[in-house]
Design a binder for this molecule. Structure first.
Ligand code: GMT
Length: 380
C-alpha cells in the first residue's frame, strides 16, 4: 500500500534488549520505505551502525549538577523530544517501552501545544507486567498510556494483561514483533559448528539478557538433563545479572566444560544457525523476540508456556512448550527431537515457516504504517 511520507520520531532504550531491537529495526525499515525517521535517545541504538539515508539520531545529553542525586533524564528527554518534534515537524512520536517514555512524550506534547505530533506508545512487556504495575509507577503508567494517541502491544497476551491491570480508555492494537527473514536465515553449512562442539555432539542454544525472568538456572538444569542422554554442548549468548549464577550452577553440576559462554554479541544471526534447538524457559515473556530469531534461522524452540510465547511458537510444530518450571518435560521434548534426525528436520522446517508466514517484516511494518495513518486521522 502507498503511504504518505511521514516524519517519525522514535524513542527506545538503546541498549540490548527486545524493545530496543524492535524499535531500531522498525526505524530502519521505515527509513528504507522513504519515511523520515528520527531516533531520540541517550545513546545510538546498538543495531544502528551503518549510514542510512532518511535516518537521524538526536542524542539526549544528561546534565549533571552536584545537587542532583538522580540526574533528571526524563525531563531532558522530554525537552529533546519537543525540540526535535518542533524543529523537524514530526507527525508521529513513537515511543517504545512505556516507562518513562510515554510520560516524556506527554510532557513534550504539552510543551509544543497545538502542532504537537501524535504520540504512539508500544508496550513491550515488563513495562506493564513487572515495572508498570508496581505501586510506585501504576498511576503514571496508566495516565501516560491513556494520554497516548495510539497504543500498541506486542501480543494478545500483553494486551489482555494491560487491560486487566489498568483502566485503559482506548483500544490497544496488537502488532506482533517482526523479523528480517533475509537476515536471520538457516545456513548451517556456513556456520562453523566445530567452534562449539564435536561432530557427534548436539548444540543447544540460549540467547538473552539474563534477567531474573529468564530463569537462567533452569537453562542449566534442563541442559544437564539433556546432556546425560545425548552428547551435547550448551551455547549461551548475551549477558546480564543472572549469567554468573547460571555458570556457577554449571560448575556445581560438573558440566562447565560443556557450556560455552559467549557473552554479548552483536551478530546473533551468525551464531544461531549453528544450533540444533533453542531453549527459552522464561517465567514471563510477553512475546520472546529471541525465540522468533531462532525460528527464522530454522531452529525449533523449547520453552515454558509463558505469556505471549504461545503466540510465537505453535506448540508441537515450530517447537514445544511445557509447564513453567517443568525441566524434565523440557528435557523430554528436547531429547525426542535430538534423537530423531527426521523429526528434527520436520520441526526445523516448521520453525522457519512460522517466522516467514507470520512474522515477516514487510507485513508487520505495513501494519505499523497503516496504524500511523489511522492515528493521524484521529482513529487510533
Ligand atoms: O526484558 C525486559 O525487561 C524488557 C523487554 C526488552 O527490552 O527486552 O522485553 C520485552 O520486550 C520484548 C520485545 O517486544 C519481548 O520480546 C519480550 O518478551 C519482553 N520481555 C518480557 O516480557 C519479559
Amino acid at each position: 500500500m502507498n503511504h504518505r511520507k511521514m516524519k517519525i520520531g522514535i524513542t527506545c532504550y538503546p541498549v540490548r534488549g527486545g524493545s530496543g531491537v524492535v524499535a531500531t529495526e522498525l526505524g530502519l525499515q521505515l527509513a528504507q520505505r522513504g519515511m523520515e525517521v528520527h531516533f531520540i535517545s541517550y545513546n545510538i541504538p546498538f543495531r544502528l551502525q551503518e549510514y542510512i539515508p532518511n535516518l537521524f539520531y538526536h542524542q539526549v545529553e544528561v546534565m549533571n549538577y552536584p545537587l542532583f542525586k538522580y540526574p533528571p533524564y526524563t525531563l531532558t528527554l522530554a525537552a529533546k523530544m519537543a525540540e526535535v518534534a518542533r524543529g523537524w515537524g514530526l507527525d508521529i512520536l513513537h515511543v517504545h517501552y512505556a516507562i518513562p517514555h510515554a510520560a516524556c512524550a506527554y510532557l513534550a506534547k504539552g510543551i509544543i501545544g497545538e502542532d504537537a505530533p501524535k504520540v504512539i506508545t508500544t508496550l513491550h512487556g515488563t513495562d506493564i507486567t513487572l515495572v508498570g504495575i508496581d505501586e510506585s509507577f501504576k498511576s503514571i503508567t496508566e495516565f501516560s498510556i491513556n494520554s497516548s494517541d495510539g497504543i500498541t502491544a506486542v501480543s494478545n497476551y500483553l494486551k489482555t494483561q494491560t487491560e486487566r491491570a489498568f483502566q485503559v480508555n482506548r483500544d490497544v492494537e496488537v502488532v506482533y514483533n517482526f523479523i528480517d527473514t533475509d537476515k536471520f536465515i538457516p545456513k548451517e553449512q556456513e556456520c562453523q559448528r566445530r567452534q562449539f562442539a564435536e561432530d557427534d555432539e548436539k548444540i543447544v542454544m540460549h540467547v538473552s539478557n539474563f534477567r531474573p525472568v529468564k530463569r537462567a538456572e533452569d537453562i542449566i538444569r534442563i541442559f544437564d538433563l539433556i546432556s546425560r542422554e545425548i552428547p551435547s554442548k550448551l551455547v549461551l549468548v548475551g549477558d546480564g545479572p543472572d549469567a554468573s549464577k547460571a555458570l556457577s550452577l554449571a560448575e556445581r553440576l560438573g558440566i562447565k566444560e560443556n557450556v560455552v559462554f559467549l557473552g554479548t554479541h552483536n551478530a546473533v544471526e551468525k551464531i544461531l544457525p549453528c544450533a540444533d534447538i533453542f531453549l527459552i524457559p522464561s517465567q514471563e515473556e510477553s512475546f520472546g523476540l529471541s525465540a522468533l530469531e531462532a525460528l527464522s534461522c530454522g531452529i525449533p524452540v523449547i520453552g515454558y508456556r509463558a505469556g505471549g510465547l504461545v503466540e510465537v511458537v505453535e506448540d508441537g510444530e515450530s517447537g514445544f512448550l511445557v509447564k513453567i518450571g517443568d525441566a524434565v518435560a523440557a528435557k523430554d521434548a528436547a531429547v525426542k527431537l535430538l534423537k530423531n534426525p527426521e523429526k528434527l528436520e520436520y520441526h526445523k522446517e516448521k520453525a522457519r515457516e512460522r517466522a516467514v508466514n507470520k512474522f515477516n517484516a514487510p507485513e508487520i511494518v505495513e501494519h505499523y504504517l497503516s496504524y500511523y495513518e489511522r492515528v493521524l486521522n484521529g482513529k487510533g
